[in-house]
Design a protein around this ligand. Structure first.
Ligand code: GLN
Length: 563
């Protein structure tokens, strides 16, 4: 009891300042707002993340935030096919995939407050209205909704002790639902002082025609849309396939009313991880720190350069088959793809990802011919019946042919079903998610999910501890620690009624919840690498710190290839 207050006061004090100086002036927080124009998916997320990395490398404390104008409260209820992956934070928020870029580039663990959607904002405003907080007032977009947005940005900066908040506004300038957010960030410059707020606009410079003529007009129009709502961008990040010459730069600067040095070229790159380096070369972070009156320090990018060098010029190469049902949208499994690349960095190895449609796999008669050439197989997370038999086929092939296998969440559940069916002889083994009447529900609903009907934020989410079985492959890969924490997002679990039967036939439960109620990792002995995880290891992988299970998979894939 006595230790707690001391610990609390220490963490309440910003930057570890002594408690005896309570009158210390509050730290000035700078705000960088990143908007996008011309087309969606222009790369605002990676631009924000790369800038965050450069500022962090200058010793600044950077807080990354995403302001998403969609009306969903969170990304958990959105189709990954349309919207890309749903990223999960330590504290169990189901968020936009851009938070994954922020975590990977800036190397931070984000929280729920890093994601602000229209759903969250209106939910809060309506709750306040019902409580009577605005009694007598007419509740309006300005000021009530805009104040709610501003408060969430400001409180986030304060609570994280940030020097700089980088807040990216989702969508494209001109979207109807983005207007309250643009109005809120416009007011921020007035509220916080012009020197403390910077607007970065990410835009496209297309090249058209047979000579690849570079066109600046769409950018001019996009900046006009911003000006209409009272925001004059300070920096333009120009996505382009061709380098901009001085004349083009001058022209963009003149028409859009920014300094020529504030026209930052963002050429397409072979790997997204080289973007911080090209931004650094283009003077982006120097410009930002100068404009915001932040210390002009040099960034140490040594580690980052090594990572990029290994990605671009690796010594080895492996081919990994990744089985999923949303493979037409490259963003649907983006954290898995990135985690595989990080593992490649660890082993100085190019990881070629071959996406395999699980539904198509269901129709394939020659599974051997389809999967034979892969050095490893990954089965992705998923929901619902579509494509599951294809996933089960892939598991069977990897198990029987001893191809390194990593099954993530649904991919682990498929591995358990496959084992039950083909090793334990439980022919119609299944998950009650897709076959509620199966006679062998080896995967079933957790008791605390009985009666849950709402879909939003009701799964088992966020960080949970996992005790590792000493001597197992998982324990070895994690470096011999007794337990780890990993992020979850699922409703179903291995049914304990079948654990003994599965174990008797050789399946190892090498990771469990500390009370042993929940199976978190399964593995198979006499196999070079066969692991299924109920959690999502991909969310915690970083380019400078590949996740041990992904690193293990690629190590095994390399060993198979070299053999
Ligand atoms: N659909 C499965 C469940 O809810 C797996 C979820 C996932 O793969 N994220 O348990």
């Amino acid at each position: 009891m006595t230790a707690a207050p001391a610990a609390a006061s220490a963490s309440d004090t910003p930057e570890g300042a002594p408690n005896s100086a309570p009158s210390q002036p509050e730290k000035t927080v700078r705000y960088i707002f990143v908007t996008g124009g011309v087309v969606s998916s222009i790369g605002k997320g990676i631009t924000s993340a790369a800038l965050g990395r450069l500022l962090r490398n200058r010793g600044l404390k950077v807080a990354m935030q995403k302001l998403d104008p969609y009306i969903n409260v969170d990304a958990g209820t959105m189709n990954p096919y349309q919207h890309g992956e749903c990223f999960v934070t330590d504290d169990g928020a189901e968020t936009d995939l851009d938070l994954g870029h922020y975590e990977r580039f800036v190397d931070v663990n984000l929280t729920r407050s890093a994601s602000v959607t229209t759903g969250v904002v209106y939910g809060a405003v309506i709750a306040k209205e019902r409580r009577g907080d605005y009694l007598g007032g007419t509740v309006q977009v300005i000021p009530h909704v805009t104040n709610e947005i501003k408060e969430r940005v400001i409180n986030y900066g304060r609570s994280t002790g940030a020097d700089v908040v980088i807040a990216e506004v989702g969508g494209t300038v001109g979207d109807i639902e983005g207007l309250p957010f643009l109005e809120a960030i416009r007011q921020m410059r007035r509220d916080q002082g012009p020197g403390n707020v910077l607007y970065v606009h990410v835009t496209l410079i297309p090249d058209v025609g047979p000579w690849g003529e570079v066109k600046t007009k769409p950018t001019q129009h996009s900046v006009m849309r911003l000006r209409e709502v009272g925001i004059a961008p300070d920096v333009l990040v120009c996505r382009t396939r061709r380098p901009l010459n001085d004349e083009q730069r001058e022209k963009i600067a003149l028409f859009c009313d920014v300094a020529p040095e504030a026209v930052i070229e963002a050429m397409d790159t072979e790997t997204i991880y080289s973007i911080p380096l090209s931004f650094e070369e283009g003077g982006f972070a120097d410009l930002v720190t100068r404009r915001l009156g932040l210390p002009q320090t040099e960034a140490n990018l040594e580690e980052w350069r090594t990572i990029v060098e290994r990605i671009l010029r690796p010594k080895h190469e492996v081919n990994v088959g990744v089985v999923g049902k949303y493979i037409q949208n490259g963003d649907a499994y983006i954290s898995i793809a990135e985690a595989l690349k990080h593992a490649g960095v660890t082993h100085d190895c190019r990881v070629n990802i071959h996406w395999i449609d699980s539904e198509e796999l269901e129709e394939v008669t020659d599974i051997e011919g389809t999967l034979r050439d892969f050095d490893a197989v990954v089965v992705c997370p998923g929901f619902g019946a579509r494509g599951i038999e294809g996933k089960i086929q892939a598991v069977r092939f990897a198990r029987e042919r001893k191809i390194p296998y990593l099954g993530i969440c649904f991919g682990m559940q498929m591995a358990v079903i496959e084992y039950a069916r083909h090793v334990c002889g439980l022919k119609d083994a299944n998950t009650t998610e897709v076959a509620p009447d199966t006679s062998h529900p080896v995967i079933a609903l957790m008791p605390d999910q009985y009666g849950v009907t709402d879909k939003g934020a009701t799964m088992r989410l966020g960080l949970w501890p996992c005790a590792l079985t000493p001597g197992s492959l998982a324990a070895r890969l994690y470096g011999g620690v007794p337990s780890v924490e990993e992020r979850h997002r699922h409703r179903f679990e291995v049914n304990n009624a079948y654990r003994d039967q599965l174990a008797a036939q050789g399946l190892i439960f090498s990771g469990q919840s500390p009370d042993h109620r929940l199976a978190e990792i399964v593995e198979i002995p006499d196999h070079p690498f066969f692991i299924g995880t109920q959690f999502h290891p991909e969310f915690r992988s970083r380019p400078n710190r590949a996740h041990p299970l992904f690193a293990g998979l690629i190590e095994a894939a390399l060993a198979r290839r070299i053999k």
